[in-house]
Structures are given as C-alpha cells and as structure tokens.
Design a protein around this ligand. Structure first.
Ligand code: GLC
Length: 543
C-alpha cells in the first residue's frame, strides 16, 4: 500500500461521485515517454520526473501502457508476469514512488491489464504446453486440427494469418487473436477468472486508481469454436487488418459472456474506487453500451474517432449516436498508441492542429472521460523513422502496411540530444523534432498548442456544467456543425469549411474558449454565435 492520499479532484466534483466523473485522462506510452537511465527505453522513474509537467497541463489521471515483465513481441502487450515490473522499465519500488508522487499532485494512476492473452513465456503457458494432461492446459484454448490437418476453424489473427499455431508435441493448435507469442486465455475456465480477481486486488492494494482493459471484447470465445461468416474475399498481400475485417466476428469476439466477466471485476474494483475502462471494439452503439451497464465496466473507449481521417459529417454522426447511447460512459479519444496521430490524419500542420483541437473541444463537453495521448497536446504529427521497423504488425507483414511505429516515437521534451527523451540511443530511431514541436519550445510561446490544450482543460475545470449538466443537442442546418447546451454552457462545433451561424435561443452568452479565434456574437441580441470554419467555441451564460 502506498498509503498516499489525493490532494485534489476535478473542480465541482462531489466527493460521493467516482473520481473519474469530470476527469481528463492522459495516455503514457511507457517505452517512449521519458528514460531516466540512458538505456534508450522509457521507464517509471522517467515518468515520475515529468509529473510536474502533467500537473501543469491539468490532466487528472494517467494511463500507463504495460510495464510488466515481457519478452516484448508486442512491446509489453505480451505479459509474462502480471504482478511485477520489467527491469527494462524499473522496479516495484519505482512504481510505488510514481504512485505516491502522482497522488501527491492529485493525479490518478491507471495501469493496463491484458486479460485476453498472456505471453508465450508466461509460466501458465509453459506448463500448459509441456504438460498436456496437467491442470494448466485448460487455461488456454487448444483444439485438434481440422480434417485436412489445418487450423481448427477460420479465425484470423489481427496481425495477419490464421489465429491458430500448431504445437508439434501435443498435435493440437493454440488460439491467438494476435501474435502466436500471445496465446489466448480460456475465460470459460474458473481458475483464469480467479487469478485475474487476485491480480486486480494486487494492484489496487498497491494504490492504483483503475485499469485500462486491453481487448475487453475478446475474452470469452464461442464454446464450440465455430467458423466466422466470411463477408468479403481475402486477396494475396492484403493488409492484415482488412483481412480481419473480411469476417463477421460472430464467434471470436464480443460474446455476451464478456459482460459477466466485467460484472465480476466490478465487484472487486467498485468498493476500491478503481475505474474499469475497456478497450472495446464492438458494433456500436448498442453492443458497446452493454459493456457499461450498471455493475459492469465504468467506461469504454470509443475508438472509431481515432480511426477516421478528416470526415466531419461521419465523425459528428458517430459521436452523437455513441454519446446518446451511453452519455457518461464513453472515454473520447482522437488517438492512442495504435493509430496515426490526428494532426497527420487531419491534413497536417496548422490545419491538422485546428481540426484536432476543434474535435477535442467538443469531446470535453461530452459526459465521459476524454483522454489525450502523449504529445497530442503538442499537436505532434506522426514521427518519421530513420531506420528499422518495430511494430510486429509491420515486421510480420514485411512492412507492406502502415504500422504503428509513427505514433510511438519518443516524446520530444526539448532540443537536446534525442529531444531530451534519453541520453542514450532510443529504442526506436526517429527524426529529431524541431524546437516548435517540443515541450520546452512550446512553453515559451504563448500561442503554441500546449497552451491552447491547457486553457481548454482549465475551462473544463472551471465550468463543471461542461460535463455534469444534462445535455441537450441544438439542431443545426448543416450536419458538419454540432451544437449543444448543458446548463450554463453552450458548445458549437463547426467542422464545416465555412463560417457557421447558430442561434443559441437566449441572450447573455460569452465565449470562454475558442479553438480558433474569431467567433462573434450576434451584436443585436447576443442570441446567435458565428463560428469560424473548423473550430469549436465554448460559451457560458449566467442566466
Ligand atoms: C490492444 C493494444 C495494442 C496491442 C493489442 C494486443 O489493441 O492497444 O497495442 O497490440 O491490444 O494486446
């Protein structure tokens, strides 16, 4: 137990509410955030040394990507021990220090839990493989070959090829929705359920405030391992993600029993006030909202907005339907460590920044917990690699597809060697970022992205109606313009390519945040707001 207490919670926050109501989260990709010992890999002590920056920025919680012992086939998402720290990233003592120092600053700490699969090097898998008759065999999904000797069914790995690998010794295949080195656990086995209850307890006892649940939609598989219906042909050299999407994932993902697992987890986590936040990739909005029924997960990430290029109408339609299906249970994101950065996806440069900030401003006025991905507040474009590929998706598919390395390059702190990330050679070799893309460079420039994101977070903190008051959509003439009112706050997101005028229905409004300067109130009655193209304005009224 760290025994530390929190000194701060979101303004306007009622202590009877869970801590994440009104909070803003920040994803730290641990490998690439800050390296304290010069070995080129980010670590926990590095994160601790940068907590003052996160406090200054104004986020309320950090989510740390996996830092557990792992052979690293999927950069930590292949865990070989769930209750330890990889020496690559530090020690348990470093973890305790990080939690204590974060709590001292009022920051919550969430860790990533990876329950769909373990590493091939986890002792459970070693025992399951070496002793087919032993008690650990059934912790994983094994199946006999099909009649032609091939894989037992047509399930695919997200990362390319079949979701099954043959084990010569036992003559059976093991299942893996990701790499062969990430064997899927059998969530129908009570021993697996019990072990994860203990893992959740172990980390909450150490002071963590919540869990990001990796591949939460994947846990339970069809008991009969039936084939998935194929809905599109698979062609030679096809992108593995497209090949995965050539099937309706009726039997390998999003089984109803997943929610039972999270009800069980909630019984462990709710009394400890630990948030359960799922990475759920399921048909939406109905299937997504099932995961956040009372007593299951607290929130789910809505990841579709992190996949999109600049498509304002699609984006706003998605956001509105997902919001309306689960008004307070969506964690809104434009990016994470698996996706191209939004500035790049939205056209690059100043335009990419304007568009990203316009959407994020809208997210700040929706009910759930929005998350920024490290560097998003600097409006970073994707990093450019100088050499090598690291993402197993690119390596395994001979670089034929756009992998995930571009969003995983080091956080640029300053203009010293390796942008201040490490004194040694970083694990990933990417181009130097110019001073205007670094934390230090931006802190000296009041117009820089970091100050705009920081002001936005401050406005959300100052106006709890932005996340708490009941939301009413204001209908607009253009589907690329969304407007809403919540209590004393109104928000107009004009994602169209021209100025938009939206009536507010009552006088007395004042802009409190503009993602791009230049909005103007109707000068007669202050009843309408005119908003520049591709920008969002937040208004407050005292009426
Ligand atoms: C999640 C992670 C991703 C990882 C995969 C397999 O989608 O975000 O990085 O590769 O799960 O664990």
């Amino acid at each position: 137990m760290t025994g530390s207490t929190l000194q701060r919670s979101a303004a306007g926050h009622d202590m009877a509410e869970p801590w994440w109501r009104g909070a803003v989260g920040y994803e730290i990709y641990v490998r690439s955030f800050a390296d304290s010992n010069g070995d080129g890999v980010g670590d926990l002590a590095g994160i601790t040394s940068r907590l003052d920056y996160l406090s200054w920025l104004g986020v309320d919680a950090v989510w740390l990507t996996p830092f557990y012992p792992s052979p690293g086939h999927d950069h930590g998402y292949d865990v070989s021990d769930y209750c330890a720290v990889s020496p690559r990233h530090g020690s348990l003592e470093d973890f305790d220090t990080l939690v204590r120092e974060a709590h001292r600053r009022g920051l919550r700490v969430m860790v990533d839990i990876v329950p769909n699969h373990t590493s091939i090097e986890h002792q459970w898998f070693a025992s399951a493989r070496n002793r087919p008759e032993g008690p650990d065999r059934d912790r994983y999904l094994w199946a006999d070959p099909a009649s032609d000797g091939g894989p037992p069914n047509n399930w695919r790995s997200h990362f390319g090829g079949p979701a099954w690998t043959f084990d010569e010794a036992s003559g059976q295949y093991w299942c893996h929705l990701f790499l062969p080195e990430q064997p899927d656990l059998n969530w129908r086995n009570p021993a697996v359920r019990e072990d994860f209850d203990s893992i959740l307890r172990w980390w909450t006892d150490r002071g963590v405030d919540g869990f990001r649940v990796d591949v939460a939609h994947g846990l339970v598989k069809d008991a009969r391992l039936r084939d998935n219906p194929q809905i599109a042909p698979i062609t030679e050299g096809m992108d593995p993600f497209d090949a995965f999407d050539a099937f309706e994932h009726r039997h390998d993902m999003d089984q109803s029993e997943n929610v039972e697992v999270f009800r069980r987890w909630s019984r462990v986590c709710a009394p400890r006030q630990a948030m359960l936040l799922g990475e759920v990739n399921a048909p939406w909005p109905d299937r997504m909202s099932r995961y956040v029924e009372p007593g299951a997960l607290d929130q789910v990430f809505f990841l579709r907005t992190a996949f999109l290029g600049w498509a304002p109408e699609t984006l706003l339609t998605m956001v509105r339907s997902m919001h309306d299906a689960a008004p307070q249970q969506i964690s809104w994101v434009l990016s994470n460590h698996d996706r191209s950065r939004p500035v790049t996806r939205f056209g690059g440069g100043e335009s990419g920044l304007q568009r990203s900030l316009a959407v994020t401003t809208l997210f700040m006025a929706l009910g759930g917990t929005p998350f920024l991905f490290q560097g998003e507040e600097l409006a970073l474009p994707d990093g450019v690699l100088r050499a090598g590929l690291h993402d197993p998706v690119s390596v395994r598919n001979e670089g034929a597809i756009h992998g995930r390395d571009g969003c995983r390059t080091p956080m640029p702190w300053d203009s010293s060697a390796h942008n201040g990330f490490s004194t040694g050679d970083p694990w990933i070799d990417s181009e130097f970022r110019p001073p205007e893309h670094t934390v230090d460079g931006q802190r000296d420039d009041p117009d820089a992205a970091v100050h705009r994101y920081r002001s936005l977070l401050a406005v959300r903190r100052r106006h709890p109606d932005m996340w708490r008051a009941p939301l009413q959509w204001i209908e607009t003439a253009d589907p690329r313009v969304a407007a809403l009112r919540r209590g004393s706050i109104a928000v107009v997101a004009n994602l169209s390519d021209r100025r938009a005028r939206v009536p507010l229905g009552s006088p007395g409004w004042q802009p409190v945040f503009e993602s791009r300067a230049g909005s103007s109130l109707d000068n007669r009655e202050h009843e309408a707001i005119s908003v520049p193209a591709e920008s969002t304005v937040v208004l407050a009224t005292d009426q």
